[in-house]
Design a protein around this ligand. Structure first.
Ligand code: ZN
Length: 127
C-alpha cells in the first residue's frame, strides 16, 4: 500500500486524534511545534505508516528518542504530564491490524506485541 507523504500523514494524524500531543497533552496550535512521532521507533523496525505515527510536540518527540512507547508513557506520567493512554492503545491496536492485513514488519511485531501486553496490564486502559 502506498503511504501519503510526511506532511499529509501529520494532517491525517491530527484529523484522527485531535491536535494535541499524545505524550504531554499540550495543544499543537502553532506555538507548540507539531511533529509525527513513530509509536514503534524506526530503529525497532516500526514502519512509516499512518498507523504507526501520532502527532507529538517536538519536545516530546526529541526527548523520547528511541525509547519504547510504554516506557516513555510512564516517564511522561512521572513528570506529571497527562499522556493519552486511550489513544496510544488505539494506535497500537490499529497498527497490529494493519500489519496483520499487509504482512511483513517482522522486526516490529515482537516489539509491538510486548508494548500491547504491557499496556493491557495497566488498569487505566481506556475502552
Ligand atoms: Zn508533548
Amino acid at each position: 500500500m502506498r503511504q501519503p507523504g510526511r506532511a499529509a500523514r501529520l494532517v491525517a494524524a491530527h484529523a484522527r486524534d485531535g491536535s494535541t500531543c499524545l505524550w504531554c497533552g499540550r495543544p499543537l496550535d502553532g506555538r507548540v511545534t507539531a511533529t509525527t512521532d513513530h509509536v514503534i521507533p524506526k530503529v525497532k523496525g516500526g514502519p512509516s505508516w499512518l498507523e504507526n505515527e501520532v502527532a507529538a510536540c517536538r519536545r516530546c518527540n526529541g526527548e523520547r528518542g528511541h525509547r519504547g512507547a510504554v516506557d516513555w508513557l510512564e516517564e511522561c506520567e512521572r513528570r506529571g504530564w497527562t499522556p493519552d493512554v486511550g489513544r496510544l492503545a488505539r494506535v497500537l491496536d490499529d497498527l497490529e491490524a494493519a500489519i496483520a492485513d499487509r504482512g511483513g514488519q517482522r522486526r516490529a511485531r515482537p516489539h509491538l506485541d510486548a508494548q500491547r501486553r504491557r499496556l493491557a496490564k495497566r488498569t487505566d486502559r481506556a475502552a
